[in-house]
Design a protein around this ligand. Structure first.
Ligand SMILES: Nc1ncnc2c1ncn2[C@@H]1O[C@H](COP(=O)(O)OP(=O)(O)OP(=O)(O)O)[C@@H](O)[C@H]1O
Ligand SMILES: [Mg+2]
Length: 605
């Protein structure tokens, strides 16, 4: 396991470079909490030295009194005792205040980073989400948002400890600088050891991310509602469980190895550190026995020395834990640094309204990132305003891809798509997408209320009951919604309590309602009636003319009853448009469309 060597020294330094960025994130998430926490920590850092200084005075006073039988004025003793009490009690109160600030900060930071993550993820390109490497990165970033909260604590504590250390060290150095140097040398190996193991831990976690993701996936498969039917029917439960068990065992044993080594070395280094402390302490005791220092000074310096020892050790382990966390945070910072390729140019223009000239494909070729195969190959194509076309083709010929390009979810590999004579890339992306209503083949079923499921078509209308009911009526889902106990507020899906699941066709009508709600000039329906029964399909068709009035409509369907509704039919095959015309024309020409139509028609006879 050559883990540490996988991360170079430069990368570590690089990771530390992230700390200022992280601190900025922390600061922006809650400036008030951060500043009060720092203030409290500053005060708390100075209390140990205060306590020691006061108790040195008290002890010297007591010893003097015993020796000389000459008691000091009693108010002097009272003041000192009161002072020590104030320091001690103040320290306790400050500790609670710091705990409170830390808890607040953890919440605020978690919230802030999660919101930023969501916002940033939403801005990124679709192809990224289909890339497993990106997924690992996103996953690590997500966990860091929740998990790296100990970093906040560690940074605050580092600040506090550093100040406490400096004040105590000043006390020791004031007496004898060499004791301090001795101690420093004894603690150094622990620091190097901790840093080393932090590296090993990170590179282990890094390598294990894909395994963790697979584990999560297996766990979900084994326990989720979506997979339960198939898992039961195919008897997959044992297989999935064994696979999970084997994988997680290997993960745990790797982790164990590192943890054991880390603990063993940590113990050895701690012993070396203690040696330094006791070396200094022995020297002090000797000095006191030879009356070179007072008993008060002995307790003061011994106390400061013990303090320095613990502070140093914890400072080093804190520092290495911070550099470890910083390594982990590299992924978060990296994730925030990913920039979408598909975004509005600086001088992008608003989308045209109304569309006057239509959409044109000019020599458009496209292949998915990381794939060799050209899905579309030099496609030339034009659709006029208010035209309704049907896109036909066998599975995998690129129909869905074709419409994804129009929505600019991807950009063409070669060629250009024009809207009203202007390249899609010159429009503001958000504007363009607003003008396109698209119901995907694999439309999403939101585990939310009926209202939300329909209003996702146009979220501004989420409170507009009339508009939502109208869309529901047109898509044929209204009668079903009326019968639901919760009406528009009825929770759908099984994820949350009280949720009602719908049939495939009912879900599809729900998605169609979104299309009715959307005020887009281009309407794209990818297999809108695939799950509908004959009656429902007939209803949709009855409304189809109305749905697509004054709009460009692109309809993808394998059902020729649906296809016939279009003004024009376009057949995709081998990455090209091989036929283009009305139903009657294509039947008459006797090509691929005529053949497909004939096969389907034959089944109905
Ligand atoms: N996200 C993707 N990444 C890589 N390749 C993809 C992706 N989506 C689709 N493909 C590939 O692109 C080709 C066209 O897929 P597309 O989904 O556009 O076909 P389709 O005509 O809509 O098929 P269907 O009738 O089954 O819906 C297929 O060969 C498919 O394997
Ligand atoms: Mg498709």
């Amino acid at each position: 396991m050559a883990a540490p060597s996988q991360i170079s020294f430069e990368q570590r330094i690089d990771a530390l470079k992230n700390l200022p960025k992280v601190m900025r994130l922390v600061w922006h998430s809650a400036p008030l909490v951060v500043s009060s926490s720092l203030l409290y920590r500053l005060a708390a850092a100075l209390t140990p030295l205060g306590v020691l200084a006061v108790s040195k005075r008290i002890i010297d006073l007591v010893v003097d009194t015993i020796r000389t039988h000459n008691p000091p004025p009693s108010h002097q003793i009272w003041i000192l005792l009161a002072l020590e009490f104030i320091f001690a009690a103040g320290g306790l109160v400050l500790g609670r205040a710091i705990d409170y600030c830390d808890a607040r900060l953890a919440d605020e930071f978690g919230r802030d980073v999660s919101v930023r993550l969501m916002k940033h993820a939403a801005s990124l390109d679709l192809p990224l989400f289909e890339d497993p490497v990106f997924h690992d990165k996103l996953e690590r970033a997500r966990i860091q948002a929740i998990d790296r909260i100990s970093l906040l604590n560690a940074m605050g504590t580092l600040f506090q400890r550093a100040i406490a250390l400096a004040s105590l060290a000043a006390g020791v150095i004031y007496y004898d600088p060499w004791i301090f140097v001795l101690l420093l040398f004894c603690v150094l190996p622990a620091f190097l050891g901790e840093t080393h193991f932090a590296l090993v831990g990170y590179s282990l976690a890094h390598r294990m991310t894909p395994i963790r993701r697979e584990l999560d996936y297996l766990r979900v498969l084994g326990t989720s509602r979506e997979s339960a039917k198939e898992v039961k029917m195919f008897g997959l439960a044992d297989y999935l469980r064994d696979r999970y068990a084997t994988l997680s065992k290997s993960l745990i044993s790797e982790n164990n190895k590192v943890t054991r080594r880390r603990l063993a070395w940590g113990a050895a280094f701690a012993i070396v550190g203690s040696l330094g402390y006791y070396g200094g302490y022995t020297f002090l005791v000797w000095q006191a026995l030879e009356s070179k220092i007072t008993v008060g000074t002995l307790t003061f310096v011994a106390g400061a020395l013990a303090g320095v020892n613990t502070e140093l050790q914890s400072l080093f382990s804190l520092f290495s834990s911070i550099s470890e966390q910083a390594l982990f945070l590299t992924d978060l910072i990296d994730f925030f640094a990913v920039r979408p390729k598909i975004r509005s140019k600086p001088n992008a223009i608003p989308a045209p309204r109304p569309i006057r000239d239509g959409i044109e494909f000019r020599d458009v070729s496209f292949r998915y990132p990381g794939s060799e195969k050209m899905v579309l190959n030099r496609v030339n194509f034009r659709i006029e305003p208010r035209q309704r076309i049907a896109l036909v083709g066998e599975n995998g010929e690129g129909k869905t891809t074709f419409v994804k390009l129009i929505a600019r979810l991807y950009d063409p590999t070669e060629g250009a798509i024009l809207l009203d004579g202007v390249d899609l890339r010159d429009y503001r992306v958000e504007d363009l997408r607003k003008e396109i209503g698209i119901i995907f083949q694999d439309f999403f079923r939101y585990d939310m209320a009926v209202r939300d499921n329909i209003a996702t078509g146009r979220v501004e209308l989420i409170q507009d009951d009339a508009a939502i009911w109208e869309a529901a009526r047109r898509s044929g889902v209204a009668t079903m919604v009326e019968r639901l106990p919760g009406g528009l507020e009825q929770m759908l899906g099984r994820r949350f309590e009280g949720g009602v699941d719908l049939s495939g066709g009912q879900w599809q009508r729900m998605a169609l309602a979104r299309a009715y709600l959307r005020d887009a000039q281009v309407l794209i329906l990818d297999e809108p009636t695939a799950a509908l029964d004959a009656v429902a399909e007939a209803e949709v068709f009855a409304n189809f003319a109305e749905l697509t009035r004054e709009r460009i409509a692109i309809l993808i369907s394998h059902r020729f009853s649906t296809v016939r509704l279009a003004d024009r039919i376009v057949v995709l095959a081998d990455g090209r448009i091989i036929e283009d015309g009305s139903h009657d024309q294509l039947i008459a020409s006797g090509g691929r469309y005529a053949r497909l139509f004939e096969i389907q028609a034959a089944n109905y006879r």
